[in-house]
Ligand binder design. Structure first.
Ligand code: BGC
Length: 363
């Protein structure tokens, strides 16, 4: 089998580190381009029903877009791996083994401070060490990062590996693993914004979404889960059967008000451990379909409510409100403060392992 193409220069960080853009392809022509800045998926080319490839993720043509002041200010985390803790931690603090850890409060929905996506400089903004390897005969891009004890306020030296590969059936497979030398919360996720019509090609309101979830975790006005696992049945959060994203997004509903649209964690109906179907999205004009499989207990469906048209993407098009959606496989938000939720604590001697596959087809 041919070896992976050589990486191309993608830019230089403000600290002077050169970062690269790596390419993965499969035999169907599916292609992913991933930079070791933030372990970020920059491009993802998948066929429509006529076999035409389009780039279905939001992003920028070079590193400058990801480090620009405009991007940092609104910080939508396009395509990045987020960590050490994806999503929110209430009051930007948690207590573990009797000790309280204070994190930076980098987000204030409803004027309530919290920690979001790992803090001021999360895993989305660090340079990962990349290695192109073979796994079962397939090309695999392995990204490693060592998060030092105390970084962003978290305890323990955390060694993280995130591996990207393309499956023969057009899946982008992301495997996460981590070890630590002190107990610490860990919740890693991929923050891709998808538009199955092609990035820069309008909004995502006509995409049809199904979520394998009978319950979700309602939030307070600070977007922190109240602790309740609320049945979705019949309401605007019910995606057990397919609905377009736009159908009920403007409904008078307190939860939709807090999120300014969908920005919530769904509790997956898991019948067994292992990789299970969590979500299906179909886009009628292109015929593209994306299925999300994961080993995680939850999924954050975020409808791109906070995009505002100020960022201009790869094709030179502005990204308006709801021009991309995220399906972030994860443990529930604020788990370190909510002992009734599945635990996000990684202990020394244990290995954190999760897998998510975004699989594409067309009809
Ligand atoms: C959160 C949103 C946030 C977005 C970008 C999502 O994971 O749920 O509330 O605005 O990330 O930061």
């Amino acid at each position: 089998m041919a070896s992976s193409p050589a990486p191309r220069p993608f830019g230089t960080t403000k600290d002077g580190a050169a970062v690269q853009l790596y390419t993965l392809t499969n035999r169907n022509g599916m292609k992913a381009e991933i930079t070791n800045y933030g372990a970020t998926v920059v491009r993802l080319l998948v066929p429509d029903r006529a076999g035409k490839l389009d780039d279905v993720v939001l992003g920028f043509p070079s590193l400058d877009g990801y480090t620009s002041d405009a991007f940092r200010k609104s910080n939508p985390y396009f395509g990045a791996i987020v960590g050490r803790f994806g999503n929110r931690i209430a009051h930007a603090a948690f207590t573990l083994q009797g000790k309280t850890y204070q994190l930076a409060a980098n987000n204030t929905p409803g004027d309530l401070p919290c920690s979001l996506h790992g803090g001021l400089k999360g895993f989305d903004q660090v340079v990962w060490e990349a290695k192109q390897v073979k796994r079962n005969g397939a090309d695999c891009l392995q990204m490693r990062y060592v998060s030092k004890s105390g970084e962003e306020g978290y305890p323990g030296n955390l060694r993280v590996t995130v591996s990207f590969s393309l499956t023969p059936d057009n899946g982008l497979k992301i495997h996460y693993s981590a070890t630590t030398d002190q107990a610490t919360p860990v919740n890693l996720t991929h923050h891709g914004y998808f538009n199955l019509k092609g990035e820069g090609n309008g909004d995502i309101l006509g995409h049809q979404l199904t979520l394998q979830a009978s319950r979700f975790t309602p939030v307070d006005k600070g977007l922190i889960p109240t602790g309740e696992l609320r049945p979705v049945k019949g309401g605007p959060f019910d995606f057990l059967a397919a609905h377009t994203i736009g159908e009920r997004i403007l409904a008078q509903d307190e939860q939709l008000g807090f999120g300014q649209g969908y920005d919530h964690n769904w509790v997956l109906d898991r019948k067994k451990r292992g990789l299970t179907l969590a979500a299906t999205v179909e886009e009628p004009t292109s015929g593209r379909r994306m299925e999300v499989f994961t080993t995680e207990p939850g999924i954050q469906f975020y409808a791109g409510n906070f995009l505002d048209g100020t960022l201009v993407g790869k094709a030179g098009q502005a990204y308006p409100r709801r021009s991309g959606f995220c399906l972030e496989t994860q443990h529930y938000p604020d788990s370190p403060n909510q002992p009734q939720f599945p635990s996000t604590i990684l202990w020394p001697g244990r290995v954190y392992r999760t897998t998510t596959v975004y699989r594409f087809s067309a009809k």
